[in-house]
Design a protein around this ligand. Sequence first.
Ligand SMILES: [Zn+2]
Ligand SMILES: [Zn+2]
Length: 260
Amino acid sequence: MKTNYHSHIALCKHAEGTIEEHILKAIELNYEIFGISDHAPLITIDNIPKEATYLHRMKTTELTPYIEELNRCKEKYKKDIKILIGLETEYFKTHDTYFKRLGQKVDYLVLGNHDYSLHGKPYSSFQVEDDEQAIRYGENAVDGMKTGYYSFMSHPDLFLYRFAWGKVAEKIAHTISEASVKYNVPLEFNANGVRRGTIETKQGTRFIYPRKEFWDIVKTYNCKVIVNSDAHYFTEHDDEAYHLTHKLAKEWGLNVIEVL
Ligand SMILES: [Zn+2]
Ligand SMILES: [Zn+2]
């Protein structure tokens, strides 16, 4: 069954296309279930998150039109495809009520965890520099999963973008896997990491994410794993990375589910 629960549109300012254009593409490619989960608007509470994060999110005033347009397309194309209305959000304890309300407006929320807070300050998961930050990334993921607001966690190995694999990373992989099982939040195996290409390391050639070492631990917990395109451009609904990601998830022996 062809499904994708993670895709973006131009509203977030780092993707292309309208809702309807992406849906037409998905129909052409024979998707049966297609979720659009653009980055949710952010609000600042206690100086969290970073202002820079706003550059990559829709505005608060754009949320209602986004949902209305998705509802219109859902109805218009209901014979061709099942459309789901999603939002990818961060999680901050300070914003709990805000994320809860967002979840009530749409079909599902995705836990992006691109940003987290530590000692009252905002940090980016793409720039995890030390053990304390990495551990906090993991704890924040658990805080989010625990709420029950999220249908899956996207790219749970994102903290490895900068952070080296080792004892601490290993521990975080256990923490996230345990929470995934305990709170029944599937983990996403994300094609955008594959799209970013490979790097050379002392241990050989590898992707920045998905990271084999991380997923070998996930496997021991038999966590539910959902493979998504995380498409920001039309071609990414069916590109080489998309197919390779599906293939890798099987090769690495993960418990892949196709439907949420
Ligand atoms: Zn994005
Ligand atoms: Zn993301």
